[in-house]
Design a protein around this ligand. Structure first.
Ligand SMILES: Cc1ncc(COP(=O)(O)O)c(C=O)c1O
Length: 492
């Protein structure tokens, strides 16, 4: 009998393996060249809003396109429109790094494409998240009571911490919502990141549920003002829900006095969350321990390896010493996710809103192993050294001033050229725009006491003293040019 074999071959599948191999090699070669030569690229592109979009068809293609066409457009359309965060002269916001081992971890995680909702959905990813966050905990010298989970961003981590704080302050709210409850309050310094207020909104406490506390001359939270605010609120029948202290604020990298704040939190039994999204990795350095004294008494802490720990975006670790409360705030297990291991393993979906979770632990694990504790410490210590050198150089220069202590990797400063504060502000904005337009470095600004202040954040793994000092010379040259220009126009 001549039985015909069914033909199950199909051209409806994925890219053929050989084609993948060829183009993946091409892409990886491109990445290797990019990492080797990024220094030669302009940090900020000379593109205008809308320019990139106009180069891309408004509608998707109907017919397949070749990988050659895709990679060509990546090189010719996308790359010229990039602000290169992975450039050693990117000093804006907080500078970050996608390091080699982190990029490789990211590539492998995307190929595996696991979704670490529960242990059964991704056993190794679930367990590695436990291991990698515990390794980081040890590097940060935090007690074993802290359990870590990885979220996308500090904004999510902080929101989850506030949800746990709310769960503790109003256990009934889990059932009934906040309707009919006495108003509550979350406290953070005037310099705290906007993600804290967003988190307060997200957990239903409303803008009135957020109270900012004044800061001292160094932009750190004043514990006396915090204590007074709590007493005032208690007298008014408002329930304190959480205090958020920051180690490394966004504007100036100020360090709130966590030991004193922890004592206040203890005294009133208020949840203490620490936003160490930026500053956290500095806790690895033995010489910097004193800044972190007291953070081990917090209920929750957020640290972002994607800021200053050489891990590609996104990777934010939320540590919680009361994981059972965090879980209580979020744990709902639908039938299709029930399995026998639920009781003996962690289900990452229980620690936040998102069910689906990327395998972020892989890149963090690679980064920690590749550089080792000593390598990580040496790199961060070098960033602190360079920041301190720049702070001194600026402090020694006429017509420039440093605006806040240079404790971490951020230097905040301004030119004092100009007769009035308004004129000075305009000049500092012009200096900033001129530096960024040059493509040779990228900085951002903040406003302190109504003065426009330039921020230069050192944190990229490739940044050297030379990058920073060349940028300082560029800043001085630009400012000098403005002075000469205005002298010339006044003379004419
Ligand atoms: C101190 C601080 N906390 C929180 C955040 C928010 O971080 P993310 O972008 O991970 O939400 C930032 C962002 O720069 C920050 O500087």
């Amino acid at each position: 009998m001549n039985e015909e074999k069914p033909d199950w071959s199909s051209d409806l599948g994925d890219m053929p393996p050989e084609e993948f191999r060829e183009y993946a090699h091409e892409a990886v070669n491109w990445v290797a060249d990019f990492l080797a030569e990024v220094d030669d690229l302009p940090v900020f592109p000379s593109t205008k809003p809308g320019e990139i979009r106009r180069k891309i068809p408004a509608a998707p293609p109907s017919a397949p396109e070749s990988m050659d066409a895709l990679l060509n457009d990546f090189r010719s359309v996308i790359i010229p429109g990039m602000n290169h965060w992975n450039h050693p002269s990117f000093f804006g916001y907080f500078s970050v790094s996608a390091s080699g081992p982190g990029i490789i971890g990211e590539l492998l995680a995307s190929a595996l494409n696991v979704n670490a909702m529960v242990w059964r959905s991704a056993p190794a990813a679930s367990e590695l998240e436990e291991v990698a966050t515990d390794w980081l905990r040890q590097l940060l010298n935090l007690p074993a009571a802290f359990e870590g989970v990885i979220n996308d961003t500090a904004s999510s981590s902080t929101m989850y911490a506030l949800a746990a704080a709310r769960e503790r302050a109003w256990p009934d709210a889990h059932q009934n919502g906040l309707f009919g409850m006495a108003p509550g309050r979350v406290y953070a310094s005037q310099q705290a990141h906007s993600s804290i207020e967003k988190g307060v909104l997200a957990v239903g406490l409303g803008q009135r549920g957020y109270r900012t506390i004044s800061t001292d001359d160094e932009f750190a939270m004043r514990p006396d003002a915090l204590g007074a605010a709590i007493v005032e609120d208690l007298d008014a029948g408002i329930k304190p829900c959480a205090i958020v202290a920051t180690l490394g604020t966004t504007s100036t990298a100020a360090l709130d006095p966590v030991a004193e704040i922890a004592s206040i939190a203890d005294h009133y039994g208020i949840w203490l969350h620490i936003d160490a999204a930026y500053g956290g990795p500095v806790a690895m350095l033995p010489e910097s321990h004193s800044w972190f004294n007291g953070w081990e008494r917090a209920d929750s802490i957020v640290v972002n390896p994607h800021k200053w720990l050489f891990t590609p975006i996104d990777c934010s670790v939320l540590y919680c010493r009361r994981p059972e409360i965090l879980k209580r705030a979020f744990s709902i297990v639908p039938e299709y996710l029930q399995s026998s291991e639920v009781s003996e393993s962690r289900s990452l979906m229980d620690f936040g809103i998102s069910l689906g979770r990327r395998f972020r632990a892989l890149k963090l694990w690679f980064v920690i192993r590749y550089f080792g504790k000593d390598g990580l410490i040496a790199r961060i210590r070098n960033h602190l050294r360079i920041a301190s050198l720049l702070g001194k150089a600026i402090g020694d220069e006429d017509q420039w001033e440093v605006m806040a202590p240079v404790d971490l990797g951020l230097v905040t400063f301004r030119s004092t050229r100009g007769e009035t504060p308004e004129e000075q502000n305009r000049i500092n904005h012009e200096i900033l725009n001129a530096v960024n337009d040059s493509g040779r470095a990228f900085l951002t600004h903040t406003v302190l006491n109504e003065l426009v202040v330039l921020r230069l954040a050192i944190g990229n793994i490739k940044t050297t003293e030379e990058h920073v000092m060349k940028t300082w010379i560029l800043l001085k040259d630009i400012a000098e040019g403005f002075s000469e220009g205005s002298r010339a126009s006044r003379g004419s």
